[in-house]
Design a protein around this ligand. Structure first.
Ligand code: GNR
Ligand code: NI
Length: 169
């Protein structure tokens, strides 16, 4: 297994639209293992393949407290979303140190393939619902800061570019 490099906003590659996974094979399962290693090392609750510069529709998630409930979503689809929306705090491993509120449906029904290529369908609410929607946005090339005001986004870009410069020293 290997830990992968996570792209940082405003890297333009984060805005690539991912294509469906054609075949759930050993190559995809190796990528899944590497993504879990990367996500757990970074202490995130989810990671989209887009964030590690692989533009295929694949997400790993673990929203459990004990970090022992890995969940794989391949070619995920939202089958239904609640009318009710909630404002929830979000963060992103591609935008470290930035947290802000985003308005999203409070519950979603999701259909996807698992690591064996089998169809799974489940209802998500709370942190899992936020996380699934946040990760599916990544697959569409959207980073949560795009929902914030232009002023906030400009400030975030400046902060990220400064952080990247400081990291190089
Ligand atoms: O670790 C993460 N926490 C989080 C908190 C609220 C809503 C979404 C997330 S996902 C994020 C990891 C990440 O960047 N996934 O793309
Ligand atoms: Ni993210």
């Amino acid at each position: 297994m290997s830990k992968l490099n996570i792209l940082r906003y405003p890297d333009p590659r984060l805005h690539t639209v991912a294509r469906p996974v054609a075949q759930v094979d050993d190559r995809i399962r190796r990528l899944i293992d590497d993504m879990f290693e990367t996500m757990y090392a970074a202490e995130g609750v989810g990671l989209a393949a887009s964030q590690v510069d692989v533009h295929e529709r694949l997400i790993v998630i673990d929203t459990s407290d004990l970090r022992n409930e890995p969940r794989v979503l391949i070619n995920p689809e939202v089958m239904a979303a609640s009318e009710e929306q909630v404002l929830g705090e979000e963060g992103c491993l591609s935008v470290p140190t930035v947290y802000d509120k985003v308005l999203r449906p409070s519950r979603v029904r999701v259909r996807a393939l698992d690591r064996e290529g089998l169809l799974v369908e489940f209802d998500a609410e709370g942190l899992l619902a936020k996380c699934v929607q946040h990760e599916m946005d990544h697959l569409m090339g959207t980073v949560f800061v795009q929902y914030l005001s232009q002023l906030k986004r400009t400030r975030i870009k400046t902060k990220m570019l400064k952080q990247a410069r400081d990291d190089e020293r």
